[in-house]
Design a protein. Structure first.
Length: 720
């Protein structure tokens, strides 16, 4: 049958434009004036809207369309199918009967009746909604009545959550996000069981405060412990200013060893916390404020609650926590800084100690000036220092508490000048130091005076100590030696360094702040670096050997070597310190990974002789295997650690095994993790199970409980 096409001019509701309505059908007639009747494969086009139906009646005067049979309306990516429709093209409103609808990005809705009240507002009867496609979605919500604000939320009454068609949960009122942007609402909670906490449930709520900030709230509710409450707040003030704050708090009791009447006891104090903050505030082109806060209430906090934190990118296995608040003002010849520094360090081995070093404040002026014939770098600093230490030795049940204060001024001047010698660059440098400590409180002993020269001496005068010293530091770096081969480039770099610091006896001197103790040194260091670079792989090899001029014997320090290999599927790194006199390894760190798309293998091993007897463990290893399939993800990770006097694969008394299985579908995923953590350190201040077992359940429903903050937070770390 011949197709008939009519172009009907529709006067739009705006005064600035008009849109045409085009009708195509097998047959078209006009039973009355301004009324068009189309039948058979009817298509109506208006702007970006398309309407398909078996039969329609169109009233040009009141902009009304009545569509019957196999009705399908497409608009702005939304698709609405129904058996019958009455629609006002000017108001963009109408009523739809027996409806199925899709709303971007992934929302499917059915209803016995939908009342489209405006372009962005719908009211529905007997509605179901899901992010799963299909007549019987894997999960859905069914409600007697619901309202939708496109780009906002769906709110419903008398709602049941369903798996397939089986109801599993009822709520009298429910809010569901229909958004393409960040969404305010409840996230899918975590749940599980821990052998110490008991059964637990962790609801989470995400708040999209505005385009420049958001927040996440959570509360871990456990059967055998007080709740663990969490707040994470992020704000991007500008491209150069942002704040990220993360806080955890629980009324649980922190514990530490004590001695009462010569008897070993465990002290308990209510209130445990974890605080992490990263702040960058650009106040002007020359004024910057930065904050980096990493603090815990007690030594065991991360071990106890680390599995439940929301801060995904946090790692700290050093037992040292630092806070640095810095306000800087830069100028051409001087950079001014006002700082608050706080370093908290725990040591748990044969003894327990908690050390705090505060510098409140540190005021400094410094600058590196390279525009003169001789380059120089100067530093002038003042510190108001407080040092505290709680020390408990288990062998004899003795404790010691130190709380001391003093002021410190430190001045340094470095002169240096790179000189081009054609085959390389020679950079001689001389750095002069003057440091004064004074106004001591609770200091019981003072160091002994020592004089080498006017530029190298230690002086003690009543309640003050001053030290002069210097350092020669000369480097000669040869130019790159390289050769281009067919498939790769090989580059060689050589560097020789000479370093000398005069011998000033600093026994008994403070060593709490950088450059408090400047060690006696006279040495050469030779470094050889090889680089191999190709399109699909690269290799870097470094070797460094230090030779001491101070010793009569054993002049060679450890040979330090590191190798890194990077290819498309394989990465390998090793750092090695070899003691030639003991013919043994003092330090070894290696890690490797193999990425085969669906299978990822990784492993690492670390040994450090310097940590023997001073920390929990000085030897550690972890191994992980991950499988990523279309329907399943599998991961097994094993972490082991222990104490060894020499490099070997032994004495791994602490073990942590994690097995995670995740089942995935297009619109949801369910995971279960089993964690078995065994810790048998020599110090037990927790009095909890030696072997802790945890079962964690995770559920992800597409569009429900998912969020990814769009805020750009500066992650730059700063030296302390």
């Amino acid at each position: 049958m011949k197709r008939l096409v009519f172009l009907i001019l529709l006067i739009a509701s705006t005064a600035f434009s008009a849109e045409k309505v085009t009708i195509e059908a097998d047959t078209v007639d006009t039973p009355e004036k301004s009324i068009y009747h189309a039948k058979g494969n009817v298509k109506i086009f208006q702007g970006e809207k398309t309407l398909l139906a078996d039969e329609i009646f169109y009233n040009k005067e009141n902009n009304a369309i009545h569509a019957i049979g196999n009705v399908k309306l497409t608009e702005d990516g939304s698709i609405l199918e129904c058996s019958e429709m009455n629609y006002d093209t000017e108001k963009e409103s109408g009523v739809f009967i027996d409806t199925k609808a899709f709303m971007p990005p992934y929302h499917w809705i059915t209803a016995s009746k939908i009342d489209k009240q405006s372009k962005y507002s719908y009211k529905m009867d007997d509605a179901t909604f899901s992010t799963c496609e299909g007549a019987k979605p894997d999960w859905s919500f069914k409600a007697s009545e619901a309202n939708i604000s496109v780009g906002g939320y769906l709110s419903s009454w008398h709602t049941t959550a369903r798996i397939k068609n089986v109801p599993v949960f009822y709520t009298p009122y429910f809010i569901y996000p229909i958004k393409t942007e960040r969404e305010t609402g409840f996230l899918v909670p975590n749940a599980g069981y821990n052998s110490n906490l008991g059964a637990y449930f962790q609801p989470k709520f995400y708040w999209n405060i505005g385009v420049d900030q958001d927040a996440t709230f959570a509360s871990l509710i456990a059967a055998n412990a007080p709740s663990l409450n969490t707040l994470e707040h992020r704000i991007a003030i500008s491209k150069r200013s942002n704040i990220q704050t993360y806080i955890e708090y629980t009324a649980d009791e922190k514990r530490y060893p004590n001695n009462k009447d010569g008897v070993y006891t465990i002290e308990e104090e209510r209130g445990r916390f974890f605080i992490n903050n990263k702040t960058t505030l650009t106040l002007s082109d020359s004024i910057l404020f930065r904050a980096q806060v990493d603090a815990v209430s007690d030594y065991e906090y991360i071990d106890d609650f680390g599995n439940y934190k929301l801060l995904d990118d946090y790692e700290n296995d050093t037992d040292t926590y630092k806070t640095n608040l810095t306000l800087t003002k830069t100028s051409k010849y001087a950079d001014f800084a006002f700082k608050y520094l706080d370093t908290m360090e725990y040591n748990v081995g044969t003894y327990y100690s908690k050390e705090h070093t505060y510098s409140a404040p540190r005021i400094s002026i410094e600058k590196n000036i390279s525009a003169l014939p001789i380059n120089f770098k100067y530093f002038v600093g003042y510190d108001d220092v407080r040092y505290t230490n709680y020390y408990y030795r288990y062998a004899n049940n003795s404790k010691k508490i130190i709380d001391s204060n003093y002021q410190r001024e430190h001045v340094s001047l470095k002169l240096y000048k790179p000189v081009d010698l054609y085959i390389g660059t020679f950079t001689p440098s001389l750095e002069i130091y003057h440091t004064k400590w004074h106004n001591f409180s609770n200091i019981t002993s003072m160091p002994v005076e020592d004089t080498v020269s006017n530029f190298a001496k230690l002086s003690v005068n009543n309640n003050s100590i001053s030290r002069n010293t210097y350092m020669q530091y000369h480097t000669f770096k040869l130019n790159e030696i390289y050769k281009d081969y067919t498939n790769f480039k090989h580059s060689i770099y050589n560097k020789i360094t000479y370093k000398q610091v005069p011998r000033v006896n600093q026994t008994g001197l403070f060593d709490y702040i950088y450059q408090d103790n400047i060690d006696w040194t006279k040495e050469y260091v030779y470094t050889l670096s090889n680089y191999f670079k190709a399109k699909k792989w690269s290799i870097k090899i470094n070797n460094s050997q230090e030779y001491s001029l101070l010793r009569r014997t054993k002049k060679f320090e450890n040979l330090i070597s590191d190798v890194s290999v990077s290819t498309k599927p394989v990465f390998f790194f090793i750092k090695h310190e070899y003691n030639r006199y003991d013919k043994d390894v003092d330090y070894l760190h290696t890690r490797t990974s193999l990425n085969l798309s669906s299978i990822i293998l990784s492993a690492s091993y670390t040994f450090d002789i310097d940590d023997y007897g001073t920390v929990d463990n000085n030897t550690s290893s972890d191994m992980s295997i991950t499988y990523r399939g279309e329907k399943y993800d599998l991961n097994y990770t094993r972490e082991i650690s222990g104490m060894n006097e020499r490099l070997k694969w032994a004495n791994f008394i602490d073990k942590k095994d994690t097995l995670t299985v995740t089942y995935k579908k297009d619109c949801w995923a369910f995971g279960i993790s089993y964690i078995r953590d065994t810790q048998t350190t020599s110090v037990d201040i927790n009095e909890k199970d030696e072997t802790e077992q945890t079962i964690m359940f995770t559920l992800t429903l597409r569009g429900v409980g998912e969020y990814s903050t769009g805020l750009l937070i500066d992650k730059t770390e700063e030296d302390y």
